[in-house]
Write a protein that binds this ligand. Structure first.
Ligand SMILES: [Zn+2]
Length: 289
């Protein structure tokens, strides 16, 4: 089996992307892993600070590692959006395969300094760990939004600048970068999500020389994914769409089966609906061209 870093480099070279799906429970993990196995593609499981606090940091590592070892399968675990060095250290020490230090709300100088500290620590513990940095703010919640979050600006002038991205990557030593390229975290309830600036993705990929990660993949049309992957996106994050499917299907499942009390029975449909989303996305992400 290759390292996660090598899988990301391969995806970058083949103009495909690895799917990164967040989970909060075993049902989510089951859905993602089942589909990945069926399609035979490497996969990344993401847990935000809250998601991993809910499951347990060490338990997340044990779960993913057990699947990787039992099935000899390239499934990897990422500590998504980590806002402090202390939390980075906790994930690295527990054995995460990848970690994101998210300093998107810091000044460029502070973000570089804090990200570099995380890179140096993570690599000292595990030279194969993948460390991602964030430059540019795209909102912070994977939920259904009534309107654009007030603190997110997707005007061109507010997006990540390619020269700053190049400086950030060079000075921090991150393996990959998540820039702000027009889209947002979460999904707008009453309108389409804003579009990805494809030219900017291309420019940032060229100037930084590292694979790029697209956050906020929920609510983005397939053709935008295709174009973004072609010009430098190698990992794509999906969370909100899975949460919506899980919640809605669970409600129906409970209403339709009022006497069913076995979780493994009434969870079947929610898992199945999440699988359909994972499958649709992975087919788009992992086929070149
Ligand atoms: Zn994200």
């Amino acid at each position: 089996m290759l390292t996660l870093k090598q899988y990301i480099i391969n995806a970058d070279q083949k103009h495909t992307a690895i799917g990164h799906f967040n989970i909060s429970n075993l049902e989510g993990l089951k859905a993602v892993f089942t589909v990945a196995q069926r399609l035979r593609v490497p996969i990344i499981i993401g847990t935000s600070e809250k998601e991993r606090a809910y499951i347990g940091v060490k338990q997340c590592v044990a779960l993913i590692r057990s699947l990787r070892e039992e099935f000899n399968y390239p499934i990897f675990l990422n500590a998504d959006h980590t806002y402090s060095f202390q939390k980075v250290k906790e994930a690295v020490d527990a054995g995460y395969d990848a970690v994101i230090f998210d300093g998107a709300k810091l000044s460029l100088g502070d973000n570089i300094r804090e990200t570099k500290k995380s890179v140096e620590y993570a690599k000292s513990v595990n030279p194969n760990i993948v460390v991602e940095g964030e430059l540019g703010y795209i909102g912070s919640s994977s939920k259904l939004l009534d309107s654009m979050p007030g603190d997110v600006n997707v005007q061109k002038a507010a997006l990540t600048r390619s020269d700053e991205a190049a400086q950030f990557v060079k000075e921090t030593g991150v393996d990959c970068l998540a820039p702000a390229v027009g889209n947002i975290h979460g999904m707008l309830k009453y309108s389409k999500n804003p579009e990805i600036d494809i030219d900017l993705v291309k420019e940032i990929r060229e100037k930084t020389g590292v694979p790029l990660v697209l956050h906020g993949g929920s609510g983005i049309p397939d053709y935008s994914f295709k174009r973004a992957i072609l010009v430098g996106i190698s990992v794509i994050h999906i969370n909100t769409e899975l949460r919506v499917a899980f919640r809605n299907t669970l409600e129906n499942s409970l209403v339709n089966n009022p006497n069913e009390i076995a979780p493994y029975s009434y969870m079947e449909n929610p898992i199945y609906e999440m699988e359909k989303i994972v499958e649709d996305k992975l087919k788009v992400f992992t086929t070149a061209g």
